[in-house]
Write a protein of this length. Structure first.
Length: 155
């Protein structure tokens, strides 16, 4: 069992996350790729109580954001793992820890993930832990419109 510590995101962690750079097509997830997301991340007031950091042995290994939806019992979660830790089998425990925390703190009935369609690696991971594809749609982000996959899990 991995010992993750989850807490409200600090400004120091926000600055670190903003500097993360992913390789190849995953550059899509660089915070600087979307000025709106970057601004929200960097501004403590805009982050509010929605952004969380995930640390292990005092090191920042990831973050997540919990967003309300139009239904009180449903939340959407967005997440990111430090680039040097991705693609190495770390995702399963990382996502499980986040889901456990969100379930305990927010008490939703359903959790949504909205995943870029090209990110098959994330989709497979989410399906492995019980998420189902709900629909495919276009989403405005990173200065354009991109195909996304909406996934849901009842908790």
């Amino acid at each position: 069992m991995v010992n993750y510590v989850i807490s409200k995101m600090t400004q120091k962690s926000a600055v670190s996350v903003a500097q993360w750079h992913y390789q190849d097509e995953y550059e899509f997830y660089d915070m600087t790729a979307d000025p709106e997301d970057y601004q929200e991340l960097m501004n403590e007031e805009l982050r509010g109580d929605s952004y969380y950091q995930v640390t292990q042995a005092g090191m920042l290994i990831g973050f997540f954001v919990v967003e309300k939806t139009d239904r009180q019992e449903v939340v959407e979660v967005g997440l990111g793992m430090a680039p040097e830790l991705t693609g190495q089998g770390n995702g399963l425990e990382f996502v499980r820890a986040i889901l456990k925390y969100v379930s305990r703190v927010k008490s939703p009935q359903k959790i949504l993930f909205d995943v870029a369609k090209f990110n098959v690696r994330a989709q497979k991971l989410y399906q492995k832990i019980g998420f189902k594809v709900v629909n495919y749609h276009e989403q405005e982000t990173n200065g354009g419109s991109y195909p996304f996959v909406l996934m849901v899990k009842s908790v």
